[in-house]
Design a binder for this molecule. Structure first.
Ligand SMILES: Nc1ncnc2c1ncn2[C@@H]1O[C@H](COP(=O)(O)OP(=O)(O)OP(=O)(O)O)[C@@H](O)[C@H]1O
Length: 656
């Protein structure tokens, strides 16, 4: 077996002060988020110009009583309908009132109307959009149907009815407009949240035991900010149009009070005799609308640059059978019996893991091995209650420290995840939220599970970063995920997994995404941590070299079923299932020099195409008609081994 192990640096050569190959050149500590956002925004000239205009407009409206050159109501019949002059920079109207002063005073009314609409739309739209996207299910269905119905009702009729009921109140009209517009906001935010909640860092947050509220506030809401900003800017420009339109029609403050819409209305009446008046009034509204749109675009771009593009993990894929469950092993930390998992694709439920039984004892490392599509990850996620909305355990039990957790609610799983069991995933980068410094992300887990203060959490974070052999923990803690390498990211994910001091680690191909040298370092690290902390580990892998390196027992899975269980030595010496034998023979680490690498012909059938008999029968060189006739049970063998093969006697004899 020693020939099969990978050659790795000796972990004993690494010290916290001078970690061997783990040492990486750390980038300089990043500027603060606000500084980066400001710097990125200042690089967008149109956005800056729009922001300046909007700020100027707001300031001018607020400061109108102090900066307006004249009283907006003061009439001067001696100088009516005048063009721009030194005395009246934007001319006068039909009663000789100063147009600039009236525009300055009228701005407050328009801006106030826009704010009323935005407040109503955002207060209703953002929480409902986030809740419906995150929770899904019946709440989502009912809300979406309600929005469909609301969309079918003409908004103008509703607004005019409200104006009639509320005595032409502009405030009532703008709030109504905001409420009507909230439907769009709900939809747009919902679709963003639907994408974000599938991200692995959200799963990772669930794994570490964060509740829904914490996940929404810390991980979902920040990702919706860009959308909210764009929607707010778009809505502000539409609301400005609605407010000025209603004022144009004569709603809102009656004359002689200045309003932008009222001034455009007056200008349109004077179009032939005094066309100039239309220029500053309609021009201001047009430029204000344009500026709000450009500002929204620039802020959206800055936000998406800051957060990075949403990283689809591609982990989710589309998908009743049950196996009898035996008694759990009371000595095991985790005892799985007859576990079947199914996914619902909206039309039918498909079983993807069937009748899986295995145990993990305290301090033991068990390898879960098989080709891609065998059901390894689904089994691992089922143990953690992370099957998502369309997956469920349809049969069997999962006993953790003597308690069956297979029917746990998400609230109950949250108590376990992070504190008792933790997950290290395949893709460390996507398990980290790109918006936050890594130190903060680890501190969040520490505070959640250890109930300590921020200051205490900071000390724990540095200890954890040192435990995963990262040089200069204080500097690493200040980095953002995009500033670290894959190997560092995996060390940080491991530190997060250890933050709650779990007893069971589930490592789902934690080295697959890393290059070979880094893989070896991470394996060393995991092995060292497992020994130091006496952790039980379920190591999901397709790599026999990894199994040989760090596992004491192996569980082999094929097409949703466990086909063989044995100690690693037994399995390497005497595989008792044709699939295990085929897998071992085709392992590059076991290849004989000069001989072509044997392969198992064909591919793992998808769950919908599992054969009626032994699942491996379509690829098995030993399969007979009996193998294809019906399901094959798992048989217990000597030395605690099991195999799911009808020809087990011949296989045993062949090895004798
Ligand atoms: N969310 C899902 N919905 C429907 N089917 C799924 C879902 N997740 C996994 N499956 C299906 O379950 C089967 C087992 O997938 P799983 O990811 O557990 O395999 P695996 O052995 O871990 O493979 P890999 O090494 O590629 O991750 C596959 O056929 C897969 O398509």
């Amino acid at each position: 077996m020693s020939e099969t192990t990978t050659r790795r640096p000796d972990p004993t050569n690494s010290t916290a002060a001078e970690p061997a190959a783990a040492v990486v050149d750390l980038p300089a500590a990043p500027p603060s988020t606000l500084r980066r956002v400001t710097r990125d925004f200042l690089r967008k000239p149109l956005g800056v110009a729009a922001a300046l205009f909007v700020l100027l407009m707001l300031a001018a409206s607020v400061l109108a009583p102090w900066i307006a050159p004249a009283d907006p109501l003061l009439q001067n019949l001696m100088s009516v309908k005048q063009g721009p002059s030194a005395e009246h920079l934007l001319g006068t109207d039909s009663l000789g009132r100063d147009v600039l002063s009236r525009l300055l005073y009228g701005g407050a009314e328009s801006i106030f109307g826009v704010l009323q609409a935005l407040t109503a739309a955002l207060v209703v739209g953002v929480p409902l959009g986030v809740a419906t996207g995150y929770l899904g299910g019946r709440f989502d269905k009912i809300l979406m149907r309600a929005i469909d119905i609301k969309m079918a009702i003409p908004g103008i009729i509703v607004t005019l009815s409200v104006l009639a009921i509320f005595n032409n109140s502009m405030a009532a009209a703008m709030v109504t407009f905001g409420l009507l517009a909230s439907g769009n906001i709900i939809r747009v935010i919902r679709s963003t949240v639907l994408g974000v909640r599938e991200e692995l860092y959200v799963d990772a947050a669930r794994v570490i035991g964060l509740g829904s509220a914490a996940i929404i506030f810390r991980h979902i809401l920040p990702r919706t900010i860009g959308v909210v900003i764009v929607q707010t800017a778009m809505l502000a420009s539409i609301a400005l149009g609605v407010q000025t339109g209603l004022a144009f029609l004569g709603f809102g403050p009656p004359p002689p009070a200045p309003t932008w819409g009222g001034m455009v209305s007056e200008a349109s009446g004077l179009l032939r005799q005094h066309p100039w008046m239309m220029v500053p009034t309609a021009g201001l509204i047009t430029v204000a609308t344009l500026a709000l749109g450009l500002l929204g675009d620039a802020m959206r771009d800055v936000n998406s640059e800051r957060l990075g593009r949403p990283q689809g993990s591609g982990r989710r894929r589309t998908v009743p059978a049950a196996a009898p469950a035996g008694a759990p092993d009371p000595a095991a930390l985790l005892s799985v019996r007859g576990l079947s998992v199914a996914f619902d694709d909206g039309e039918k439920e498909t079983v993807v893991v069937q009748g899986a039984s295995f145990d993990i004892h305290p301090g033991e490392t068990v390898g879960l091995v098989g080709e891609s599509g065998s059901g390894k990850s689904v089994t691992a996620l089922a143990l953690l209650g992370l099957l998502g909305d369309n997956g469920r355990i349809v049969a069997g039990s999962v006993h953790y420290r003597g308690t069956d957790i297979s029917a746990h609610t998400q609230a109950q799983y949250r108590e376990l995840r992070g504190k008792e069991m933790a997950l290290i995933s395949q893709e460390p980068m996507v398990a980290l939220d790109p918006a936050f410094r890594v130190g903060w992300q680890i501190a969040e887990v520490v505070m959640t599970h250890r109930g300590c203060t921020r200051k205490e959490a900071r000390a724990h974070v540095l200890d954890l970063l040192a435990a995963v052999k990262l040089p200069d923990p204080a500097k690493v803690a200040r980095l953002y995920p995009h500033q670290i390498s894959g190997g560092m990211a995996q060390r940080i994910v491991i530190a997060m997994a250890l933050a709650g001091e779990p007893k069971l680690l589930i490592a789902d191909e934690p080295t697959t995404a890393l290059d070979v040298t880094v893989q070896a370092e991470i394996l060393d690290l995991l092995h060292g941590l497992q020994q130091e902390r006496e952790l039980a580990v379920l190591f999901v892998t397709h790599d026999w070299a990894v199994v040989a390196d760090i596992c004491s027992r192996a569980v082999v899975m094929y097409a949703g079923e466990i086909v063989e269980k044995a100690t690693v030595r037994q399995m390497f010496d005497r595989p008792l299932h044709p699939y295990t034998r085929g897998l071992l023979d085709s392992s590059p680490h076991l290849a004989r020099k000069g001989e072509p690498l044997p392969t198992i012909g064909g591919i793992v059938p998808p769950p919908s195409q599992w054969p009626a008999g032994c699942h491996f029968s379509t690829r098995c060189p030993l399969a007979t008609a009996a193998c294809r006739a019906g399901g094959v049970a798992e048989v217990g063998l000597a030395e605690g081994r099991t195999s799911r093969c009808l020809r087990i006697d011949e296989l045993t004899e062949a090895h004798a």
